[in-house]
Design a protein around this ligand. Structure first.
Ligand code: FAD
Length: 454
């Protein structure tokens, strides 16, 4: 059967079907550190919508599972392809099909990297706002399938706010065009939104009509505030939000993550125990907003410096962006992704401190404090997450839910969090959502064992 499936793929797609051992091994894992058991049957490097349709028709005819892959930078194991599965890579579909500055939209293929798209859009004075820290290495299709967020999303929105329409290939190979090119559009059910964050379980995103913004050059102010402890920094960020100020960026780093990032970048060590908030304001009111932010943070006990120097701003954000490699330098990392209402950030840091004490571990944590999304990092030895780390993570998830938050702010459920999904959704909603996936994929061949497995 295995040979028959690969034979049919080869007959339809020729040398775009890749069975080299190193390609199959690479397709087993994303950046979560988790790898699927076994090797997939083949990696198909799709070059066109027709290629994707051909793969899905063969998969349906042979009941073969398909794992859609962008750049495999995901942190939930969602794109990991294992034994008996076809890895369908969209990474080669990188064309920008249309840019319309007048309508503020672009039509693109899914495999283009976020940063490459934005470099091309900049020539038209435009940008696509979602800016995951992985923007240089992740695809627009992957950003859409995970519902990605980023540093700027508290002010400029997440992927969900920046997509007008999607072209999708269903499990049986049919092509659907969802959504619209107009600013408004409420015809029928909003299937575009349903696909955003669906993690490869509903269909293959083969094209996207993106909602763009105009690049507006102007002053950007950066505020660096250090606090004696992480709870104080979290209370400071909550106070900024409560004061009604809307920074473009508000990032929090606790003492351990700050020290690790400084060490990685060979910067002088920060004050021991100190946590840092890095805030940026932009637009016509940038200077006044920066002064208002600085006042609030000083009142909250922070030591505050304000700069209008773009290089200084970039230098501070480079420290934040160094977080992932800095954590990798400490050991194997399970990067978590809970989100809470912004007022609950200080309480969530109390919960993390409690879990650190109870489990005798250190959990370096950064947060997109502007939107309440925390990335606590569990560091351990070896390739597999030890059961005790999962127990600590379980406590983290339950604490976030108790505080009115969610299991995942932007990374998705994938394979790593599927066992907790029903805890947040409840059994009735879990079952309803599973039934929705079955409408799109009745044979259950799209990303089986992910998201709705329990
Ligand atoms: C250093 C680093 C920093 C990161 N920072 C952020 C961050 O700030 N914000 C954030 O949200 N994420 C972040 N991530 C996580 C990751 O980059 C995002 O989830 C990203 O959107 C995944 O894109 P990808 O192209 O790598 O998708 P993949 O990892 O290949 O796939 C992710 C999921 O989407 C599905 N999928 C991919 N393409 C398609 C498609 N065309 N059609 C249907 N399904 C598809 C896959 O099946 C899988 O379930 C970070 C990761 C790293 C390594």
């Amino acid at each position: 059967m295995t040979d028959a499936v690969v034979g049919r793929l080869r007959a339809a797609l020729g040398d775009r079907v890749d069975t080299a051992a190193e390609s199959l091994d690479a397709a087993r894992a994303d950046k979560s550190g988790h790898a699927a058991p076994g090797r997939p049957l083949a990696v198909v490097h799709a070059a066109s919508v027709e290629d994707v349709q051909a793969v899905m028709r063969i998969a349906t005819a042979t009941r073969t599972p398909v794992v859609v892959q962008g750049a495999r930078t995901g942190l939930a194991g969602g794109s990991n392809a294992g034994a008996g599965e076809i890895a369908l890579s969209l990474r080669g579909m990188t064309r920008i099909l249309e840019v319309r500055p007048d309508d503020l939209l672009a039509v693109v293929e899914p495999g283009i990297l976020n940063a490459d798209l934005n470099a091309a859009l900049a020539e038209h004075g435009l940008w696509w706002a979602p800016d995951p820290a992985s923007r240089a290495i992740s695809t627009v299709g992957g950003n859409i399938a995970t519902g990605a967020g980023g540093l700027l999303c508290a002010k400029y929105g997440v992927v969900r706010d920046a997509v007008l329409g999607l072209d999708v290939v269903l499990a049986d190979g049919r092509l659907l065009r969802l959504g619209h090119r107009s600013v408004k559009g409420v015809t029928g059910l909003d299937l575009t939104s349903l696909f955003i964050g669906s993690e490869g379980t509903l269909g293959v995103v083969v094209g996207a009509t993106l909602k763009l913004r105009r690049l507006v050059p102007g002053t950007v102010c950066t505020i660096a505030a250090t606090f004696p402890g992480v709870r104080d920094a979290a209370a400071g960020s909550a106070a900024v939000t409560a004061a009604g100020i809307q920074p473009a960026i508000m990032e929090l780093m606790d003492a351990t993550s700050l020290a690790a990032a400084h060490a990685l970048l060979a910067l002088p060590a920060p004050t021991p125990g100190a946590a840092q908030l890095t805030v940026q304001t932009d637009g016509p009111a940038a200077v006044a907003e920066a002064e208002a932010v600085a006042r609030v943070l000083r009142d909250a006990g922070g030591t505050v410096a304000v700069s209008q120097d773009p290089d200084e701003g970039e230098r501070l954000l480079a420290v934040r962006r160094a977080m992932h490699p800095a954590m990798e330098s400490l050991g194997t990392t399970l990067i978590e992704d809970v989100s809470v209402p912004r007022s609950a950030l200080p309480d969530m840091f109390d919960e993390i401190a409690r879990i650190e004490r109870d489990y005798g571990i250190v959990i370096p944590t950064v947060a997109h404090a502007g939107d309440g999304n925390l990335h606590p990092n569990f560091i351990f030895e070896g390739a597999e997450v030890p059961p005790r780390i999962w127990e600590a993570a379980d406590e983290l998830f339950r604490a976030a839910l108790r505080l009115g938050g969610t299991l995942t702010g932007e990374h998705g459920i994938g394979v790593l969090k599927s066992r907790w999904l029903a805890d947040e959704l409840g059994d009735d909603q879990w079952e309803l959502q599973r039934q929705v996936t079955a409408v799109f994929d009745p044979l259950g061949i799209l990303n089986p064992g992910k998201v709705f497995a329990r």
